[in-house]
Design a protein around this ligand. Structure first.
Ligand SMILES: [Zn+2]
Length: 175
């Protein structure tokens, strides 16, 4: 069933094609599809495969257009290109040859944040649960008004005095 879903998404993106890069709305739709890829651990791979459909300058253009819209830890363009090259190598390697030592480096972990104020949920991903949580904090999620509560970015902004928010922001930036 997941395989069918994967195939459906891949077909959708192929049909949309790359001319969509000029249309921000379509880029968002493409990003939504990548974000909604049924296997979180394969989203990076899926994204890299999409990049592989572009050549040269278009590839960077697509990367830059989509990256800010993706909700998971996106590797650098160079790292994506390494993954593409590694995959191509695996495909041409004859059966029975030993696999390269480097294993899939971009397995991700997901953390679902739930806002205690507005009940909004948002999923964050990272190489580890800790980095996924870090992504949530970067996106503004954090402690709510009472101990043990978690607020989304907009609820924190609404409920916290600007000064307090600024201080905690500064603290975050300096570890
Ligand atoms: Zn909220």
């Amino acid at each position: 069933m997941i395989q069918d879903e994967k195939r459906r998404l891949e077909n959708e993106l192929t049909v949309m094609g790359l001319p969509g890069l000029d249309d921000p709305a379509l880029v968002q739709v493409m990003a939504d599809i990548v974000n909604g890829y049924p296997m979180p651990g394969e989203r990076v791979g899926f994204f890299c495969e999409l990049l592989n459909e572009c050549e040269g300058a278009r590839r960077r253009e697509m990367y830059e257009a989509m990256r800010p819209r993706l909700f998971f830890a996106v590797p650098s363009l160079a790292a994506c290109e390494d993954m593409i090259a590694a995959k191509a190598e695996r495909m041409i390697r004859p059966r029975g040859m030993p696999a390269p030592l480097k294993e899939e480096p971009f397995e991700t972990r997901a953390v679902d944040m739930v806002c205690d104020a507005c009940a909004k949920t948002e999923r964050f991903e990272g190489l580890t649960t800790a980095t996924a949580r870090l992504e949530a904090h970067k996106a503004g999620w954090g402690r709510g008004l009472e101990a043990g509560t978690v607020f989304c970015a907009s609820c924190r902004l609404e409920t916290m005095p600007v000064k307090v928010y600024g201080e905690s922001f500064t603290k975050r930036m300096h570890g």
